[in-house]
Each structure stands twice: as structure tokens, then as C-alpha cells.
Design a binder for this molecule. Structure first.
Ligand SMILES: NC(=O)c1ccc[n+]([C@@H]2O[C@H](COP(=O)([O-])OP(=O)(O)OC[C@H]3O[C@@H](n4cnc5c(N)ncnc54)[C@H](O)[C@@H]3O)[C@@H](O)[C@H]2O)c1
Length: 319
């Protein structure tokens, strides 16, 4: 059992606190906004209840158990007191992260490991020199209590033993850490998602298909094979000469990144910012918490089915 401090209790932070608690660790959670820190308790409880109900967390995990495993603290000093692993999950701006790393340098135990959840920033130049030996990125996906992938990148001066320690810890928690050799913005999965993002925005903006039609193409075509074959095993089943011919013909040209999408800009201007606002590309009437719950229930069912089905690709290949 490790002592883990999670800094930032927003979308990711509260969920990461729950993940480490379920992984058997003692967690202290903080946020610079006391209202966010207070709200985190209810969010963790709702997520935990869904996991218990779906059989993805032990039945004896009640809210009382959770309150013991995760404590909330308004002071940063108190949060990191005695911490062995510090998980940074604050807003994605270099200024805020640089300031936090300086504060941590002043108050965190000298041998604490710092793992940033940054999505796109090269945080290593923002971390004080004295902390470089134990600095790394461990990037999770939302909701991290259901999505197992964690991108891991050691800082340029990171002690390999510290990196292995966190890698092993995540493995022991049933996660799928993926060690990358060096930092690239977006890592692997988010880069692929960004490429898909360019294409779907192009198809919608050009009026080729509607948002539900594009989603139907993904769900009934692309997505069905992905959990079993990934990309490269699917290519092997397709046959590589066809891939070579497509590459040579240049029959497919990816859209140019334009930096904006007229449809996206219009929706945001109309206040259709997503599930929390009740609408985005789709209408989402009703309580957002119930919608997140409905998403989580389906993800649990899919994960459980996938365990039985197995995969013919990736690191867990089982054909
Ligand atoms: N949302 C996602 O899907 C997702 C996925 C992977 C990684 N991330 C990354 O995780 C980090 C957090 O993202 P999020 O979506 O949870 O953001 P968020 O805005 O929901 O939460 C960030 C929280 O950090 C708090 N905060 C800001 N400065 C702070 C400080 N100095 N000390 C303590 N708390 C502070 C804010 O009050 C806020 O509650 C970002 O680096 C983001 O890129 C997000």
C-alpha cells in the first residue's frame, strides 16, 4: 500500500483518487477550489456505486469505506505530507503546472515520485531540477476507473527504478500501462483520436453525412473489429498488398487541419457544449449524472464481455 496524493479534484482528479483507493492505496485529495473538492465526494460515491453494482469493485466497498481510503484536504502541504506518489491532475496550463511544481518542491517529501496526468504538455521543463530524478508522465483516460490504458513517459532524467515502480504499481492495480520512449503530444491513442477527429469534422462540415450517420459508421463498421484486432492485426487480415495499393494510389487524402470547424464553432456559440449542458452534437435531456452512469454501465458490460471474448492483437494477444 502506497500513500498517494492527488492534486486537482476535477473531472480526472476525483476519479483517479477512486482508482488508487480501489487499487489498495491510501489517498489524499486536494483542489484549489473548495467547492470542487466538496463535490468530488459525491462524484466518487456515484462512480463507486456503479462499479460495485456492475461487479467491477468489491461489494463491501461502501461510502464509509471510501471515506476512509480517500481523505480530502484543503491544504497542499497536508495533502502531500508523507506522500510516496504525487499525481498531478490540475488544469492544463503551463503556468499553473509550473507554479504547482515549485510549491511541491518546497513541501513534498524529497523522495516522492511526481506523475503528471497532462494530456498534451511537455511538463518536464516545468519541474524543478531537484525533482527531475522522480518525474514522469502517467496519462489516464476518462473514466479512468474503467479505461485501463495509462500512457507512461519517463522524464529525461528520471530514475528507471522509479519509473518501474509506478509501472508495476499500475499493473498490480489491473491497469494497462504503456511505456513510451519519449514525450510526443497526445501520446498514441489521443493522436489516433485526433486524426479521426479531423476526418469526422471534415465529413460533417462538408455535408457528406450527419453526426448520427458518422457515429453509425464508426459503431457498426470501424469499432466492431477494433477491440479484437486493433489496427495492425486488422491490416494482416486485410492483406498488406491492398494497404500498399491504397498508399500508392493516394486515393485517400486526409483533410488539412484547419484549426476550427464551422459546425463545432456554431454549437459552442449556441451553448450546446456537451452532456453537462444538455446538448452537443446530440440532444441530452435529463440528469447528466444519470447519463454518465448509463455510459459507465455499458462500458462495464463491454469490458466484461471482452474479457470472455479475448483479443487477437496488442500486448494481451490471446488467439
Ligand atoms: N478530462 C479528460 O478527459 C482528461 C483525460 C486525460 C488527462 N487529462 C488531464 O488531466 C488534467 C486535469 O484535467 P481535468 O479534465 O480533470 O480538468 P478539470 O478542469 O476538470 O480539473 C482541474 C482541477 O484543477 C484544479 N486546480 C487548478 N489549479 C490547481 C492547483 N494549483 N492546485 C490544486 N488544484 C488546482 C481546478 O480547480 C480544477 O478543479 C489536465 O492536465 C488534463 O489535460 C484530462
Amino acid at each position: 500500500m502506497a500513500r498517494v496524493a492527488v492534486i486537482g479534484a476535477g473531472t480526472m482528479g476525483h476519479a483517479l483518487a477512486l482508482v488508487f483507493a480501489l487499487g489498495g492505496h491510501r489517498v489524499r485529495l486536494t483542489d484549489s477550489n473548495p467547492a470542487t473538492l466538496a463535490k468530488a465526494q459525491g462524484l466518487m460515491e456515484t462512480a463507486l456505486a456503479t462499479l460495485v453494482e456492475g461487479g467491477e469493485a468489491p461489494k463491501d466497498w461502501t461510502s464509509g469505506h471510501l471515506a476512509q481510503a480517500v481523505t480530502r484536504h484543503e491544504s497542499l502541504e497536508e495533502t502531500v505530507d508523507g506522500a510516496e506518489l504525487i499525481v498531478e491532475a490540475i488544469i492544463e496550463t503551463p503556468e499553473a503546472k509550473r507554479t504547482l511544481f515549485q510549491q511541491l518542491d518546497a513541501c513534498a517529501p524529497r523522495d516522492a515520485i511526481i506523475a503528471s496526468n497532462t494530456s498534451h504538455l511537455d511538463v518536464f521543463p516545468l519541474i524543478p531540477e531537484g525533482r527531475q530524478g522522480k518525474a514522469m508522465i502517467a496519462h489516464w483516460y476518462t473514466p479512468p476507473y474503467l479505461v485501463d490504458l495509462v500512457d507512461m513517459i519517463p522524464g529525461p532524467k528520471c530514475d528507471p527504478a522509479a519509473f518501474e515502480q509506478v509501472f508495476g504499481m499500475l499493473k498490480a492495480m489491473g491497469k494497462q500501462p504503456l511505456g513510451l520512449k519519449k514525450f510526443v503530444p497526445g501520446y498514441v491513442a489521443n493522436r489516433i483520436q485526433a486524426a479521426i477527429g479531423l476526418e469526422v469534422q471534415h465529413l460533417l462540415d462538408e455535408g457528406v453525412a450527419s453526426a448520427p450517420e458518422i457515429d453509425a459508421a464508426i459503431i457498426h463498421g470501424l469499432a466492431l473489429r477494433l477491440p479484437i484486432l486493433g489496427y495492425y492485426a486488422k491490416a494482416d487480415f486485410t492483406g498488406l498488398p491492398l494497404m500498399q495499393a491504397v498508399a500508392r494510389n493516394k486515393s485517400y487524402m486526409p483533410p488539412e487541419p484547419r484549426g476550427s470547424s464551422p459546425t463545432l464553432d456554431r454549437l459552442v456559440a449556441e451553448g450546446r457544449t456537451g452532456v453537462l449542458a444538455g446538448a452537443g452534437y446530440y440532444d441530452w435531456p435529463g440528469n447528466p449524472a444519470r447519463l454518465f452512469e448509463a455510459r459507465d454501465r455499458r462500458l462495464i458490460a463491454l469490458k466484461q464481455a471482452m474479457r470472455g471474448i479475448g483479443t487477437m492483437a496488442g500486448l494481451e494477444r490471446s488467439e
